[in-house]
Design a protein around this ligand. Structure first.
Ligand SMILES: Cc1ncc(COP(=O)(O)O)c(C=O)c1O
Length: 376
């Protein structure tokens, strides 16, 4: 990671320390900067590693977020015999790939690897059950993927909840683990999402822990992410990156350093605002006839069920036979745009993002209520 000025060099260890906490205790850290700067700043990093008491490696690599998923992981998946996506049907791959629809991703995966979607039922807070994971693993399984907190459901896993999942993974030493923790700072009512490696350090040698600046720092456009994992994997990822886009822009990297090392208090303020908005949205949606909305632990989405609306007809005469019909009519008749659950391979639901100002959210919820009240 190229470091611009002297201040950045001084601040750098704090970036590493923060991420190290997520990748496990006492990690050995390797930072893979962009090829051109690697030689110049190599000694700086050596110094940083010793300051951090680094011993057992793993990684810190600043990369372009989409590539993290797209090129490295998808290429690895293509070589795999089986893939798990927890959050199963509701894992939001589309945004991860910068708007690439899930179906396209799955088609790519299907080139060789075969995604296996493990249901994460609404009756279990949209969370994966250890026994369902156990039942889904076969000798052909290569990767297990977890998004925590989850897009689109907002479901999040605490350390206690991850324990049973880690126990399953410990029993399957050939399965690698990919965790997308990009929403980890966005959790409510004091909920603390955990990472797989925090819960079970023995899994570190086969876990890729991914994070980025897009959510907690609202830096989506800067395209910055980072991943921690076993050195051979990170080296392979680095090789792929260096032969594709080389690296993310140095301007974005400098901005990421500023975000990660600068004042963090605004995140708490943001979490307070998100929690308030989540509560308002959940309350208002539960007043809509035909909608049932659970209160999720994290991220900035709710994923209400609209089963009670299916089979009805809207005020303007649209037949609501599916979640797609529901969101289309909602857009046509009330001007509210939401994403239908089928886009996440989870029909009978729709997703609302509450990363909006309070007034707009309340207005949107009132329109949804009016729309549902008009169904007959
Ligand atoms: C689970 C998850 N991972 C990753 C991302 C993508 O982040 P980025 O904007 O950095 O590509 C998103 C964005 O919606 C997401 O929901």
């Amino acid at each position: 990671m190229p470091i611009g000025g002297a201040e950045d060099k001084i601040r750098e260890p704090r970036v590493l320390k923060r991420f190290v906490g997520l990748c496990g205790q006492n990690p050995r850290i390797v930072v893979i900067p962009t090829a051109s700067s690697r030689k110049d700043i190599g000694s700086e990093y050596t110094k940083l590693f010793s300051e951090l008491g680094a011993a057992n490696v793993d990684v810190l690599n600043l990369i372009e977020r989409e590539q993290c998923f797209d090129e490295r992981v998808i290429d690895l998946l293509n070589a795999a015999d089986g893939v798990f996506m927890t959050g199963g049907k509701q894992m939001r791959l589309s945004t991860t790939l910068g708007g690439t629809p899930v179906a396209k991703v799955l088609r790519r995966l299907n080139a060789d690897g075969k995604p296996v979607l493990v249901p994460c039922g609404q009756n279990n807070g949209f969370k994966l059950r250890a026994e369902d994971l156990e039942a889904a693993i076969t000798p052909r399984t290569k990767w297990f993927m977890l998004n925590n907190p989850c897009n689109p459901t907002g479901a999040a896993y605490s350390a206690d909840e991850l324990r049973a999942i880690c126990d399953v993974l410990l029993r399957h030493p050939d399965v690698w683990i990919f965790t997308d923790d990009i929403y980890e700072k966005l959790a409510y009512d004091g909920f603390k999402p955990a990472t797989i490696v925090q819960v079970e350090p023995k899994l570190r040698d086969r876990t890729l822990t991914m994070n980025g600046c897009s959510k907690a720092y609202a830096m989506t456009g800067w395209r910055i992410g980072f991943a921690g994992g076993p050195l051979p994997l990170i080296k392979a990822l680095d090789k792929l990156q260096s032969q594709s886009t080389s690296n993310t822009s140095s301007i974005s990297q400098a901005a990421a350093v500023a975000a990660l090392t600068g004042p963090q208090e605004f995140i708490d303020e943001m979490v307070v605002a998100f929690q308030r908005r989540r509560n308002v949205v959940v309350d208002m949606l539960n007043q809509c006839p035909g909608i049932i909305c659970a209160k999720p632990e994290g991220a900035f989405y709710v994923f209400p069920s609209i089963h009670g609306c299916i089979g009805k007809t809207s005020k303007a005469g649209a037949k609501i036979d599916s979640d797609a019909d529901f969101v289309t009519a909602l857009l046509d008749e009330e001007g509210v745009a939401a994403v239908h659950g089928s886009a996440f391979l989870y029909p009978g639901h729709f997703r609302i993002s509450y990363a909006l100002d309070d007034a707009t959210l309340e207005d949107a919820c009132k329109r949804i209520r009016r729309f549902c009240q008009g169904l007959s």
